[in-house]
Ligand binder design. Structure first.
Ligand code: URA
Length: 434
């Protein structure tokens, strides 16, 4: 088979057979197809798309490119939860221990921040000693002993995605529904949980800017999951403004602890409790929404949920006292309150702009491998729909020094649009695809 024939066929709008896709992935993973040919092929897929059979074949070929953990052969049910990425998205940090505290096992591979979006691994690494590099045996042991494990991405798992993702990142081919769906779902199938909840985000802080694109992506992933025997549900949720109030690493972990104690901001708490309840229903732990909500509320009120977070932190080498006493988490040396430049209702807060500002403070990476500063970030003092007077607190900036705190102020102000009249805010959850 000649790679160039496949490139020209896709360029001209053709389709690939199951065997051709398996051949492409096998040879690219081995290194016998060069990056320049794969880059051309990715651009052809980006422009011409793939039908659902091709997308599913691509996902399966990528999932089989490395080790398959099959966690559900040893622990079942075991859930996985994945967000397509956003700003202030600490949902996994709260939902994973919450569900485990409700008696359902959670086996999750989780990632680092990508562009302006934050990553669960980076947030967890705010805790002294916590580590996510686990062998397969450690992964299974921690899951069996604690009903929860939060591992980092392994190079053994779906290695084809590791190579393809790095190439897409530098060839303008990220925002493609078949490529995103196969990238995410290949990793999920390689882990092999029994139930998967996808949080597919749309809006200014998400990769999918419109609800229609998010819906298409969600349907593509749910279809792939179901065809592979993985019980998959997708929530379509808004990322039009940052989620909750904290954007950063240690400060987001602190907010997740507040959520687990029932003291978090309303929007993100509601989303976390809803997702946890959905997972309890999916796995049969609760028969209906009322029963699921009661189990979730009990885990919060009894303190079991926050205790489970401390337990997994300790199991993976971290200091659990920093969860019990979040004031022990690292904090930035400089805290500056940015005041509102005007009065009025906040109409919108550009989530991507806020994410980029937080990267400038050191909370994210501009290049792969850049170090991050776990202490820095932003705390929003008001959200879309709130009314402020000129001079009211707008954002607390957590910075490494005075200069950095000063330098990002004008770009932060530019993230806000204002209205003279009250704003009707939209619900966070727009749809659930079951
Ligand atoms: N997350 C992934 O794992 N892959 C993508 O392509 C986009 C987001």
């Amino acid at each position: 088979m000649q790679t160039v024939e496949l490139i020209t066929r896709k360029r001209d709008g053709g389709t690939f057979s199951t065997g051709e896709i398996a051949w492409l992935i096998e040879h690219y993973t081995q290194g016998s197809i060069p990056d320049y040919q794969m880059a051309a092929l990715l651009m052809a897929i980006y422009l011409r798309g793939m039908d659902s059979r091709e997308t599913s074949d691509l996902t399966l070929a990528m999932a089989r490119s490395g080790v398959q953990l099959r966690v559900n052969t040893q622990v079942s049910p075991v859930i996985d939860k994945h967000s397509t990425g956003g700003v202030g998205d600490k949902v996994t940090l709260a939902v994973a221990p919450l569900v485990a505290a409700c008696g359902v096992a959670v086996g999750k591979m989780t990632g680092r921040g990508l562009g302006h979006t934050g990553g669960t691994v980076d947030k967890l690494e705010s805790v002294d000693g916590f580590h996510v590099e686990l062998t397969r045996d450690e992964f299974m042991r921690i899951l069996q002993e604690h009903q929860i494990v939060l591992a980092g991405q392994s190079s053994e798992l779906a290695p084809a995605d590791g190579k393809l993702y790095a190439l897409r990142d530098v060839t303008g081919t990220i925002e493609s529904i078949p490529l995103i769906a196969s990238s995410i779902m290949s990793k999920k199938l390689a882990v092999g949980a029994s139930h998967l909840l996808l949080d597919v985000k749309f809006g200014s802080g998400a990769f999918m800017k419109t609800i229609e694109q998010a819906r298409q992506l969600a349907h593509a992933m749910v279809e792939i999951g179901r065809a592979a025997g993985l019980h998959t549900v997708a929530a379509i949720t808004s990322m039009e403004q940052p989620l909750g109030r904290a954007i950063g690493n240690a400060i987001e972990l602190r907010e997740a602890i507040d959520i687990l104690r029932g003291q978090g901001p309303a929007d993100v708490s509601e989303l976390c409790y809803h997702e946890a309840a959905e997972l309890l229903m999916m796995t049969g732990k609760a028969t209906d929404e009322t029963a699921a909500n009661q189990i979730v509320a009990q885990a919060i009120q009894s303190g079991a949920a926050v205790k489970k977070l401390a337990e997994v932190i300790a199991a993976q080498g971290g200091n659990p006292r920093q969860i019990e006493q979040p004031e022990l988490l690292p904090t930035a040396p400089i805290k500056t309150m940015l005041k509102s430049p005007r009065g009025g209702y906040i109409a919108t807060i550009n989530a991507e702009g806020i994410g980029v500002a937080s990267m400038h403070l050191g909370a994210g990476r501009f290049k792969k491998g850049d170090p991050i500063d776990h202490r820095t970030g932003l705390i929003l003092q008001a959200k879309a729909g709130d009314h402020l007077a000129a001079g009211d607190p707008l954002i607390e900036i957590h910075a490494r020094d005075e200069q950095e705190a000063h330098d990002i102020q004008s770009s932060l102000i530019a993230c806000y649009q204002w209205s003279e009249s009250p704003i009707q805010t939209q619900p966070l959850i727009h749809d659930i695809i079951r």
